[in-house]
Design a protein around this ligand. Sequence first.
Ligand code: ADP
Length: 592
Amino acid sequence: MHRSLLYQLYPLYAVAILVAVATLILAASHLFREAFYAEKEAELTNSVTLVVNALGAESLEGRTDAQSLVTALIRGTTNRLTLIAGDGTVLADSDADPPTMENHLERPEVRGALADGFGTDVRISATTGENSMYVATLVRDETGSPVAVARIAASITRIDARSQDVIRVLVIAGAIVVATTALFAGLVIARVHRPLRAIRTGADRYAGGDLRHRITVGRAPAEVLQIAETLNAMAGQLSETIGRITTQRNELEAVLGAMVEGVIVVAGDRTIRSLNEAAAGMFGVSRTEIDRHATILGTLRNTELDAIAEEVMATGHPVEATITLYRKHAISLQVHGTALASDSDSGVLLVLNDITRLKRLEDVRRDFVANVSHELKTPITTILGFVETLREGALHEPESAERFLAIAHSNAERLSLIVEDLLSLSRLESLETEAPVEECTIRDIVDKAVESCIRSAEQNRITVERGHSGPAVVNVNRTLVEQALINLVNNAIKFSPEGSVVRIDTVVRGDELTIAVKDHGYGIPRRDLPRIFERFYRVDQARSRALGGTGLGLAIVKHIAIAHRGEVTVESVEGRGSTFTLRIPGGKPDAE
Ligand code: ADP
């Protein structure tokens, strides 16, 4: 871990200050000592010069009073005077007895004096045991020849003591300087360090996503203040940009979520980058299952879709195809794959359209056309056949001609019936809103219907019973309801054995008119019940045709119910009979 600025800078500062102050102290103390020594040396030089002057040009050798002479010359001073012969023998000394003293020829000051006329030295005196300064000079006779060396020595312990005092003062002053400087350096560093710490904390919070935080640095150097302001501005801009991006993303999510079409975005590495609610619904997956590793094969489990995505990626051209999903029911999807132009990633956008209903409608339409053609073909072929026979000569055989014409006529009637029913159906289907209603009496409707069927009922010795409960007047489309009732009663008569009973029950309760037609006929097999209201659907084709049915009667009933926002249902047990129930809401007449 990196150490903080304070701990990195501060020791360096401290060491630098210490070294500077110590060097200064050393230099100063050295200079002081040198100055003291130089002063002392000058003083001693003066003294020794005085002594030499006082000695004059007298020869010193062999003088018996030499000892008292030096003592007299030096009296009253703290200095020591020594006279030394040219060979180093001590002639006289103010502090010691010369015979006891060793030869002084090798003393540095003596050697200096003998060589250059003047010499000095500082050392511990062998005689006094103190640190002393020696200054020696040559004593010459009147001819100028050297006769001896005069040497003055003085203790410099006091000078040393003064030097020590100076050093002590310097050290104390230095310590004060070091302490103050260290303190100020610390304050200066802290002044930079505190705002930097605030900046670091702020940057950490930005990194953690808290872009509303603002860095405050208080009194800080201009550069640091600028960094803080720049960071604050950056956070503001970032927050604004993120806000804008989030809004855009939410809008996009909302649009994709509201779309009926499924939308899947596949990345270049074939993983699913996004998928909307509609697409998830189509494949029966939850959007939470779509993680970073989800693929079309792994998660949606569809090889066809994967192949489309791959083709788009490989060619870069749009691909359109229809695929089928086998879920609870087969779902037909029209897939449109387009390459997503991006430099870094050759992704694919897949838009899925559920065309199951469209396809079913198309199938129904195709079947219907085929059925209609088939239904029309039989009577037309029959008519054409008999007309041809008549033209070829049968016309001249009155008996045959009559029969053939009757057959042609009945087929033409059948054709007319089919066309009429088709027209009724098409009219019902083209009703844009509900059928227009009028006030009518239920009794009239039922009378009219029974009247239309009474002939075939009588032919089959079938009794038609009727019952009613509730108000007598309803608001319905009279013609349509009559038509529906006729179709239901006709079927009941057609599909019942001779002598059985058909019952019509009408009930008006609350807002609803219910018409139930019950027979005790052959009934409808359970497996046929769901398809019984489809056009041209018959349980038994041959019987229906023989009975003159078009296969459109129940389809018309269903559409009449729809035109009234109602419904028709059937309950039937094979061999026991059927009950068709038509429910029409809004059957109650208006208050006026
Ligand atoms: P159709 O003209 O053949 O009667 P519908 O659409 O009226 O055509 O009826 C379709 C088929 O439903 C009939 O062919 C018949 O097989 C069956 N069906 C309708 N009503 C009855 C009923 N009351 N009893 C038994 N079968 C019925």
